[in-house]
Design a protein around this ligand. Sequence first.
Ligand SMILES: *Cc1c(COP(=O)(O)O)cnc(C)c1O
Length: 398
Amino acid sequence: MTVSGSWQHAARGAMLLGDDGALRPTIFAEMSALAVSTGAVNLGQGFPDEDGPAEVLEAARKAISDGFNQYSPGPGTPVLREAIATHQQRFYGMTVDPDREVLVTAGATEALAATILALTEPGDEVVTLEPFYDAYGAIIGLSGAKHVTVGLHAPAFLPDPDELRAAVTDRTRIILINNPHNPTGTVLPIETLQLIVELANRHDALIVTDEVYEHLVFGAAHIPIATLPGARERTVTISSAGKTFNTTGWKIGWLVAPAPLVAAIIAVKQFLTFVNGAPFQPAIAVGLGLPDSFFAGVAADLAHKRDLLSAGLVAAGFGVTQPKGGYFIVADASPLGFDDAEEFCRRLPSLAGVVGIPISAFVSHGNRAEYSSLVRFAYCKRVSVLEDAASRLSRLTR
Ligand SMILES: *Cc1c(COP(=O)(O)O)cnc(C)c1O
């Protein structure tokens, strides 16, 4: 039986609609299964294998004991909305009204979905960088908007200003960026952020910015695009607790935007999930209030992990672009004689006992050639796991 429906738009947007019209399994599922069946070290999926801060975990247990087990208020538990507003002030000097400019969501994913569904109409254009997080393509597909991409070119993975200028037009409804960027580890330079604000103003587009890795940067402090002149009144800033506090399974995310945009997004969000994670919301409020040493610590810890994996990849003969933020490193397999990363990733468990994801999973069909030899590896894993992976990868050179 062929089941038709909007799922086909989502699947096509995420590059998962096969030639036979059926939904193909994601490469993530295929590679995770391969890791299990071969005993390979799984650096494919981007979730941490260690728990986050004890205070945050304890606060969730306490919230359950204290009876925070029913629906929370639609926009989110007040204590979390206040903590988000305080966090924006503390780290970025942004003054945010916790009652009208903050919305708690079921992870950054729901924030993205509710925002794009609420603010676009079929035929509008949404511009993203490419490679892009696979959910972007699926959500844009569901919305009926047209997905326009601007390439991040190896080895620096920065967008070309002229390509950005050409991509943003009066048809553009949203410029959707991800900064720091998954999968490339790019942190967009301030000049690029300024250009995006300029283009959004010139063409009256909205800016949606996915900043889930805001605290996981390894150089200068993160700059939210919303803090630049001319940006705030047209920007939806999205973040999530998952990556900062190693609580990806809790699915507590949020967005910060001008009140009229928040009201429009709530109109959609309330019929997607309504609310989620009541006892986790006050626990994340505790996390956002942790001292500066915590936030500096998670970045330093992850920088060390990045260095371990990147040294292992370089020693094994890959071409490596050092990520400036986030969970992932992109490695070029062509110096090792492999030009097809999909084939290489299928063979890597038997060649070296490690699993990675071909970058083609984040690139639209027409643009895959440029990225064909690139592989994404996650370094958000225990040091012992990364050391094991590095020593396994050294088999490739032997
Ligand atoms: C992990 C991730 C998300 C999803 O965040 P959730 O809070 O788990 O929904 C969104 N965007 C990017 C770029 C991510 O890497």
